[in-house]
Design a protein around this ligand. Structure first.
Ligand SMILES: [Zn+2]
Length: 179
């Protein structure tokens, strides 16, 4: 069946002239979808998305499952997190905890443990990030410091044991990156 015919069938299923037409069109569509290969299924959901903005259907077709936002909210993959209230709380907490000019220590993978830095500002584009001037880097940069309940920035260096236990550096505790 060509895309064009499939599209006509979808239109009929969504906007049938009569109720019976709609039932019939949906039955045929279901039968066709059952015969699709996984790739065809993803493409058909992608076309749906382009036409109707059905992102959840596309996310389900591409392997489904959920993703966890940095705020901790679980939501379907490829969709935006809707818990903007949580994003606001985290962004505010970042500003309360870390003032501009504060000396801080960053623990995250690809950075040396307790990487020293100074807070230079806040991130406008990411609620879980902050702008830091690392001692070892020339320019300030925006880095993620909060992920689903875990902080990666501190006002005191963490001791080795705490670092090992918390796994804050994502299992890369033993890898020192020299920049
Ligand atoms: Zn979120």
């Amino acid at each position: 069946m060509t895309d064009r015919k499939l599209q006509a069938l979808r239109n009929l299923a969504e906007r049938p002239g009569t109720e019976a037409e709609g039932v019939l069109a949906r039955e045929i569509l279901e039968r066709l979808e059952a015969k699709q290969t996984p790739e065809e299924h993803v493409w058909s959901k992608f076309r749906d998305f382009l036409r109707s903005g059905n992102l959840e259907g596309l996310a389900a077709a591409t392997g489904g499952g959920d993703t966890v936002c940095d705020c901790g909210n679980r939501h379907p993959r490829l969709t935006l997190c809707v818990r903007l209230d949580l994003h606001t709380i985290v962004a505010q907490e970042i500003q309360d905890r870390f003032q501009r000019g504060a000396r801080v220590y960053y623990n995250y993978w690809a950075y040396p443990a307790n990487c020293p830095a100074t807070v230079t500002g806040y991130s406008a584009s990411s609620f879980c990030s902050i702008r830091l001037k690392f001692d070892h880097l020339k320019n300030p940069r925006s880095v993620r410091i909060y992920r689903a309940g875990r902080w990666h920035l501190f006002t005191q260096p963490l001791d080795e044991e705490t670092l090992q236990q918390t796994g804050l550096r994502g299992g890369m505790e033993n890898i020192e990156v020299v920049e």
